[in-house]
Design a protein around this ligand. Structure first.
Ligand SMILES: [Zn+2]
Length: 313
């Protein structure tokens, strides 16, 4: 910006000087302009040192994080000991992941709290409190609050439509459906794929494995097509460089975590390769035609089948 102002000042100055003899008035005006632009350029602060840090907001270095945490003085949240955060009854041992309390039946969560970075066991509300504290530490509190507000608004909307209080999963599901449309509009196929994965996860955690299976198979098909986020780019040269779908991309692979989840569902429901293929074909065909994906469902099925059933393709 500074350079542009200087160049403009020089050009105007030269032109002003040139016309000074022919038209003194115009020449003087132009020279005046050139002078004021030059002053503006000199007063403008150089921006080159601003924001140049390896650790941007949200990814602080360990020492930066510790300095910020000690300044913020959070109240410690949660229990360090093996004691239920709801009913205060002692537990056999301190849980290391989400677990139901054997005394009161409520879900106990495991989190690292910012105040001393110790692992504690907490209630659902305390887990939320810790998430908010971390967002303050990471400088993403505004985004956290905005997200929370969006969630509450969606919840109110659904409550009116359902005539009852929706579950958190209902709310998230509704948001994900809207996000799918938005990601497709922006051609952010990486995010689109992640939304499909989150939907599969919701169904799996709710014990609806048949529903989850269809979504996981969609993710497998999307992954092999190499989804990229193109953020609404329409420039053809850029799109050639960063294609929305690139099956030749090194990351265009089946994810072990997803294959593992699919394999568990297939095993639990005792499904044959033919049954799984039927579900896969139905789901993948819709994606293939609606999103115009480069690889056909049939052409990648042998790869998926081999990975799922551990057989030679
Ligand atoms: Zn309890």
């Amino acid at each position: 910006m500074r350079t542009v102002l200087f160049l403009l000042a020089i050009v105007l100055g030269l032109v002003g000087f040139g016309v000074l003899s022919g038209s003194p008035l115009l020449g003087t005006i132009l020279l005046g302009f050139a002078f004021s632009i030059l002053i503006a350029g000199l007063r403008r602060k150089s921006k080159q040192n601003v924001g140049f840090s390896v650790f941007s907001e949200g990814s602080l270095s360990p020492s930066e994080r510790m300095a910020r945490i000690s300044k913020l003085k959070f109240t410690p949240v949660g229990n360090l000991e093996a004691m239920c955060p709801y009913c205060n009854q002692s537990l056999e041992k301190k849980p290391v992941r989400k677990k139901k309390c054997p005394h009161c039946g409520q879900f106990i969560y495991v989190r690292t709290r910012p105040s001393d970075e110790h692992q504690v066991i907490v209630t659902e509300a305390q887990a939320e409190e810790i998430a908010e504290q971390w967002s303050i530490v990471n400088g993403t509190h505004d985004a956290y609050l905005a997200e929370k507000k969006r969630f509450t608004e969606e919840k109110d909307k659904l409550a009116k439509r359902f005539g009852r209080e929706p579950s958190d999963n209902d709310v998230r599901w509704s948001q994900l459906n809207q996000e799918l449309i938005e990601h497709a509009r922006q051609r952010n196929w990486g995010f689109f794929r992640n939304a499909k994965f989150e939907m599969a996860e919701i169904l799996r955690k709710e014990g609806r494995s048949a529903g989850a299976l269809g979504f996981y198979l969609e993710v497998c098909y999307l992954d092999l097509n190499g989804p990229n986020n193109t953020s609404g780019i329409t420039d053809s040269e850029l799109l050639r460089q960063y294609p929305p779908w690139n099956p030749k991309d090194l990351t265009a692979n089946l994810a072990p975590g997803i294959l593992d989840r699919v394999a568990r569902i297939i095993q639990k429901n005792n499904q044959s390769p033919a049954t799984v293929e039927e579900i896969y074909r139905t789901r993948a065909s819709v994606l293939h035609t609606s999103l115009r994906l480069p690889l056909s469902p049939a052409s990648v099925w042998p790869k998926i089948r081999k990975a799922l059933f551990h057989e030679e393709a």
